[in-house]
Design a protein around this ligand. Structure first.
Ligand code: KG4
Ligand code: ZN
Length: 337
């Protein structure tokens, strides 16, 4: 089954053809980074307007790269939540119209579930596993028992992990996107320069939750307080110290989920899963079986959407033309097991 996947939840305009949920035939990602760079952040209105201009050529290119004609598309999958609603609506409306005109089914699906599916395009990973979903808008620790059977264990109580990277980078003018800029700067820095505070572990139902606003505030407003004399207050050192603390927060909660569930398989996904320090730290864990998507499949892309969408379409699930975009996640369970 050839599934066309469409992703437009934020600032990447992407389309891909994936065969049987596994074989990526094409994956065209048109990034708007240069357009939003002058603002050091994604401007929602500009993002959705740009999607309207790019969506058709991006889809056409995905079909021609895959060597697949319109008539060979068996179904369409599209991100319908969560994300910037104006941006989501462009992809969703396009998918509805295109599916209707081709006479094929379409399905709207959850972007975070698609991130969690991304590594399945490159590996065969058995369920269940612990999922670490870290993007610009979400931070979710979960247990996946199937492609869309996912129980949230913990989430952020304030800022998302990627959001903290973006806000720190924006404040210091490190570059855009913030996570990429901090990752690059940190390579030349010393993470011992600042000892930023880590949030204390919560108890009870919230024991797997994370928090990033304290680290963000400490890095932006209280730098001197956490500075270790003898080290330079350089951009590189700020980046390295912040990045180490940000990753430490994730790992401490992940550790608890692994401990409590007894699961040794860990799958990371989302833009922050591209972070080199996070990848190094997790790869060093010989007691765990850790899988990451390659860098191109960490950040937003249509292939993960097409891959996940195959599973819905293959079991006969379809969305109706009344399907709407939503800023929030859905389809996650709240309890495990
Ligand atoms: O998944 P994604 O492309 O879009 C959302 O769904 O949000 O993730 C974007 C986020 C941004 O916050 C960006 O700064 C962060 O991922 N990011 C990184 C890296 N590359 C992208 N964060 C840390 N290190 C990176 N190398
Ligand atoms: Zn994403």
């Amino acid at each position: 089954m050839n599934v066309l996947g469409i992703e437009s939840s934020c600032d990447e305009c992407s389309a891909s053809v994936v065969l049987d949920g596994k074989r990526v035939m094409s994956n065209v990602v048109a990034t708007q980074i240069e357009i939003h760079r002058p603002y050091s952040g994604v401007v929602p209105e500009i993002a959705s307007r740009t999607h309207t201009e790019w969506i058709l050529p991006v889809v056409k290119r995905a079909l021609s790269d895959a060597g697949v004609s319109e008539r060979e598309i068996d179904g369409i999958a599209v991100t319908s939540r969560p994300g910037l609603v104006g941006s989501l609506l462009v992809g969703l409306s396009f998918a509805k119209g295109y599916a209707y005109s081709l006479g094929v089914p379409f399905v709207g699906l959850d972007h975070m579930l698609a991130h969690l599916y991304a590594p399945q395009l490159e590996h065969d990973i058995e369920y269940p596993f612990v999922g670490l979903l870290v993007s610009g808008g979400h931070t979710i620790l979960c247990v996946a028992s199937g492609v869309d059977d996912v129980a949230v264990m913990g989430t952020t109580i304030d800022d998302a992990c990627g959001e903290a990277f973006d806000k720190v980078a924006k404040h210091y003018g490190f570059g855009f996107p913030g996570g990429v800029a901090i990752d690059r700067l940190a390579r030349g820095g010393d993470s011992r320069a600042f000892s930023f505070p880590l949030p204390s572990l919560h108890k009870g139902d919230h024991r797997y939750d994370v928090s990033y606003s304290g680290l963000k505030t400490a890095t932006i407003n209280q730098l001197d307080q956490f500075w270790n004399p003898g080290y330079e207050k350089s951009a590189e050192n700020i980046a390295a110290s912040f990045q180490k603390a940000a990753v430490e927060i994730l790992l401490s909660r992940l550790e608890k989920v692994v401990e409590d569930t007894g699961l040794k398989r860990v799958v990371a996904g989302g833009g922050v899963a591209a972070n080199s320090h996070l990848r190094e730290r997790l790869a060093a864990r010989s007691d765990l079986d850790v899988r990451f998507p390659s860098l191109k499949l960490c950040t937003d892309n249509g292939a993960m959407v097409a891959g996940l969408g195959y599973h819905y379409l293959a079991r006969g699930e379809r969305s109706g033309l009344g399907e709407n975009a939503s800023a929030r996640v859905a389809r996650f369970r709240r309890t495990y097991p």
